[in-house]
Design a protein around this ligand. Structure first.
Ligand SMILES: Nc1nc2c(c(=O)[nH]1)N[C@H]1C(S)=C(S)[C@@H](COP(=O)(O)O)O[C@H]1N2
Ligand SMILES: [Mo]
Length: 194
């Protein structure tokens, strides 16, 4: 009571943490796992899990909004800022977009600007290590975008000079996916469906 609303339009709050899978849960051999940054960068970077965890750890409380209509409020995520990792690769100035690649073959595209502002690479939530279903070993978190942009099982960030659609964006979801602007579906798809 008395709190400003933080539930975006046409979302309802849930207490559960639904599991949304397009391609099942990948198994991971953490000894051979790497996070790779490539594409339009000055320096390609590959980090082991230990190297990633040695970067400055941050905690961020964030809400999570799936485009299908459920929202979770106030989870505490732990990981590193994407900007810490991106600084190692030094994207070229024209690299304004990123394709996120995941171990299950899933992809999603994001603006570099948004990733640098609020993106986190996470390995724990609410004091617990990420479960396999929720993205172990590494999950992206982008709170102002619908949940499909918070990619699970991330293993690579590809820097691009032109925007390209990822898995759901190719299937009609919005290229940006801002929850407050209700960027749920691509306008051109909506037109085609009418
Ligand atoms: N790699 C990968 N990441 C993914 C998905 C997926 O199928 N594969 N589903 C997305 C969708 S649609 C949502 S809403 C969130 C859900 O996260 P959760 O399963 O941890 O609740 O993960 C997103 N990240
Ligand atoms: Mo979703």
């Amino acid at each position: 009571m008395g709190e400003p609303t933080r539930v975006p339009p046409r979302q309802r709050v849930v207490k559960t943490f639904p599991i949304m899978l397009s391609n099942g849960v990948p198994t991971v051999d953490i000894a051979h796992w790497r996070l790779r940054l490539f594409g339009a960068v000055e320096r390609e970077v590959e980090l082991t899990y230990d190297q990633l965890k040695a970067l400055p750890t941050v905690r961020q409380e964030a809400d999570f909004h799936c485009v299908t209509g459920w929202s979770r409020l106030g989870d505490m995520w732990e990981g590193v800022w994407v900007r810490e990792v991106v600084a190692l690769a030094q994207p070229i100035p024209d690299a304004r977009f990123v394709m996120v690649h995941c171990l299950d073959g899933y992809t999603t595209n994001l603006d570099v600007e948004v990733l640098l502002r609020e993106g986190m690479l996470t390995w724990a939530v609410n004091g617990q290590p990420l479960s396999p279903e929720h993205g172990y070993p590494l999950r992206l978190l982008v709170p102002s975008r619908y949940g499909w942009k918070s990619a699970k099982w991330v293993h690579a960030l590809e820097f691009m000079t032109e925007d390209k659609p990822g898995y759901w964006e190719e299937r009609g979801y919005h290229m940006r996916g801002d929850v407050w602007a209700e960027e749920r579906y691509r306008d051109d798809f909506v037109r085609r469906r009418r």
